[in-house]
Design a protein around this ligand. Structure first.
Ligand code: NAD
Length: 551
């Protein structure tokens, strides 16, 4: 039977499939599992707890083989990481349609999901793991950078210099935190129970240094804070012990957040369990493990609330830790806000979100050229220009070279068309794929995260991501995905993604124009519908049609 082996996306301009959209899906599936990209490639786990790119190795092989022979009028259907059909469609249809981890409402629990997973019937797709557009930690770096910049703007005069941020979780996504803090000028103390996570972040240039004890880590980070130096220090510890200890010791912490894998209680290390025993314990006694993990999360969140009471800026960074702490009986769990209502929603109202692209050539020069194109297209957007310049200097690529930047309604389409023109004129060595995170303005229903505290109370309405997926299919995206449970776990989110290939053809240009207009357009109309004036102004200024506002 097919088993684990190293996987890497092909590079260069030669096709191994029958067209660039199929080739792109093939390369991005493989890229997600590149050991440079994936957290645990042997288990097909890309990031975010157990977010997988394929259900098992046989399914992976079948998808690769199918993509190689798939015609330009055919569509491969993927059900939770396994290819289940190929249908004749047409050239405007997506080449791949993906549905991952979806469960009927009353059954949408981790327990039922695990039962079905054990039977080999489903897999957890997270957001960009099962939809093949994960680009390593950079993917989240920009959003994290923006969030900490917003914290700086709100509380600290526009810079984090002279502040200390305390956080935990240095995994695939959480690993962006130390660099995002130092890019904003601040000091960071980062806790993770897995020494490999620290080593990986140091190797990739996301974490500056590692201390041998919590006391030493605090001493170094606090000194950097006092000297207004940017520095990130990591330490191996259990956050559920470290955060209460730091609170009790009166550590001079200004900002507190967390990105442990709290969305999945089987991926959060309970207090008193040695890290080496975590996997065996979780597998042998999931119920007992879950209870202890939730209890530990309650202590962790209680300490975060303690820091808030002491005056720190505290926010939930989208991992559902408040919900889990509440399940353990801690009643002040929601005393601090999620990061979306606190900092991101105004951007969503403008259709802004995590636009990203990857160079299928594998040539970093292609990303450098697209970086220059973005700077040229948006000369007045200073924060964007600062990000693109810093990313060019400080971000090390993992797998295929890629870039992310947040662009809004009207902007994404312009960037996409420019990239397609560059491919057509031979200014890039091969086509690029243009996609995004599922964490976007109009593509997700997630009441603990992206749609927390919507103005009209529509947090849990999940029609929007379904419409978003259908709109992207109707607009010509190359592959479209519809997932459940990403980010915050089973029963708590439904979300959609799209990836569109810029291969330089006229047809690709037409598809790009529609997809990259309609996809962020969903964000504008979703927020108009919920009563946000900022979104109404964007709709009015840029001609987004909203029938209920037309008279
Ligand atoms: P990951 O599984 O790659 O990493 C999680 C890390 O947490 C691991 O390194 C693990 O060792 C560590 N950890 C677990 N229990 C711990 C404990 N008790 N103390 C200290 N460390 C502990 O996950 P990831 O991809 O980095 O995602 C982290 C979380 O953030 C997930 O819940 C994910 O859903 C969420 N997330 C948020 C956003 C966002 O935009 N805010 C985006 C993506 C993911």
């Amino acid at each position: 039977m097919a088993g684990p082996r190293p996987v890497r996306a092909p590079r260069g301009s030669a096709l191994s499939a029958r067209g660039w959209p199929q080739e792109a899906a093939l390369r991005m599936l493989k890229n997600n599992l590149d050991p440079e990209v994936a957290e645990h490639p042997d288990e097909l786990v890309v990031y975010g707890g157990t977010g997988r790119a394929a259900r098992d190795w046989r399914s992976f092989d079948a998808m690769v083989a199918t993509l190689r022979t798939l015609g330009p009028d055919e569509t491969m259907l993927v059900q939770s990481g396994r290819p289940v059909g190929v249908m004749t469609t047409h050239e405007w249809a997506p080449r791949v349609l993906i549905a991952n981890s979806n469960l009927v409402g009353d059954w949408a629990t981790w327990e039922e999901f695990r039962r079905l997973e054990r039977l080999g019937l489903t897999m957890y797709g997270q957001m960009t793991a099962g939809s093949w557009i994960y680009i390593g930690t950079q993917g989240i770096l920009q959003g994290t950078y923006e969030t900490f910049a917003a914290v700086a703007a709100k509380r600290f005069g526009g810079s984090l210099a002279g502040t200390l941020t305390l956080t935990a979780g240095l995994g695939g996504m959480g690993g962006a935190q130390p660099l995002a803090v130092t890019m904003n000028g601040g000091a960071a103390l980062c806790v993770d129970c897995d020494p490999r996570a620290l080593e990986r972040r140091i190797a990739h240039g996301y974490l500056d240094e590692r201390a041998d004890s919590l006391d030493e880590a605090l001493a170094r980070a606090a000194r950097a804070r006092d000297e207004r130096r940017a520095l990130s220090v990591g330490v191996v510890a259990n956050a559920a012990e470290a955060v209460p200890r730091l609170l009790a010791s009166g550590a001079p912490v200004d900002i507190v957040t967390d990105q442990t894998s709290a969305h999945d209680p089987l991926a959060y290390l309970p207090v008193g369990v040695p890290f080496e025993d975590m996997a065996d314990y979780a597998a042998s006694d999931p119920e007992g493990f879950t209870l202890r993990a939730r209890e530990s999360m309650a202590r962790h969140v209680e300490a975060m609330v303690g820091f808030k009471d002491a005056g720190a800026e505290v926010f939930d960074y989208g991992n559902s830790i408040r919900g889990e702490a509440q399940l353990a009986g801690y009643d002040r769990a929601f005393d601090f806000p999620g990061f979306v209502p606190a900092y991101i929603r105004p951007l969503f109202c403008e259709g802004k979100g995590p636009f990203r692209w990857a160079a299928l050539s594998g040539d970093p020069a292609d990303i450098a050229a697209t970086d220059r194109a973005v700077l040229d297209l948006f000369p007045d957007n200073e924060p964007l220009a600062r990000w693109i310049r810093l990313a060019g200097e400080r971000v090390r690529f993992q797998g295929l070279p890629a870039r992310i930047c947040w662009l809004g309604y009207g902007e994404r389409e312009r960037a996409g068309e420019r990239f397609n023109g560059m491919v057509a004129r031979g200014e890039l060595a091969a086509p690029v794929v243009i996609g995004r995170d599922h964490l976007d303005c109009g593509s997700v229903a997630s009441p603990y995260r992206e749609t927390e505290g919507m103005r009209d109370g529509s947090d849990a309405i999940a029609d929007w991501p379904l419409l978003n997926a259908m709109v992207n299919v109707a607009s010509g995206a190359s592959w479209v995905s519809l997932h459940h449970g990403g980010g915050v776990g089973m029963g708590r989110s439904i979300h959609a993604g799209q990836v569109t290939v810029a291969d330089g053809t006229v047809l690709a240009g037409e598809k790009i124009r529609r997809v990259l207009t309609n996809d962020p357009g969903m964000g504008v109309i979703r927020h108009v519908d919920a009563g946000y004036e900022e979104a109404e102004a964007v709709a009015e200024a840029r001609g987004v049609r909203v029938p209920m506002r037309e008279r």
